[in-house]
Design a protein around this ligand. Structure first.
Ligand SMILES: [Zn+2]
Length: 140
């Protein structure tokens, strides 16, 4: 797959892959270099709304680029695995946070219930105290 550069930013990957391929664009046997294309989508000229990085191989002769995973399809699976692994880790981390919040909420409820009990007990004591005083008065 070949595509124009447009406003994209292309950077050669240092220590990246280098291999000789016959270019589909210029039809020469040429060294291809691993590069990254950064797509920046901008809104109102200043706010960068999102950035996407694409792995490509660039022809050393005509500078045409081809999709990295078209040449190394076996690495696409690995990259996708890494992405799904990261998503799973994120989901697990989220679940853990939710669990902690639930625990915290329960602890709070228990505490409030205990405080309510304590207030009721205190009120009972006060009432009993009042009654005792009243009895004492009446007894006199
Ligand atoms: Zn070429």
């Amino acid at each position: 797959m070949f595509f124009g550069m447009g406003n994209r930013q292309l950077n050669r990957v240092q220590g990246g892959k280098k291999l000789t391929l016959t270019c589909l664009s210029c039809h020469k046997k040429a060294p291809f270099y691993e590069c990254r294309i950064d797509d920046n989508f901008k809104l109102y000229a200043v706010l960068e709304v999102w950035k996407r990085t694409k792995r490509v191989l660039q022809c050393g002769e005509c500078l045409a680029v081809s999709d990295y995973y078209d040449v190394f399809p076996e690495e696409k699976d690995l990259a996708e695995q890494a992405v799904s692994q990261r998503k799973q880790q994120e989901a697990e981390a989220k679940a853990k946070v939710a669990q902690e919040e639930e625990k915290q909420r329960k602890r709070q409820e228990e505490l409030e219930a205990k405080q309510r009990e304590e207030r009721v007990r205190q009120k009972d004591l006060e009432v009993q105290d009042e009654l005792a005083k009243l009895k004492k008065k009446l007894g006199k």
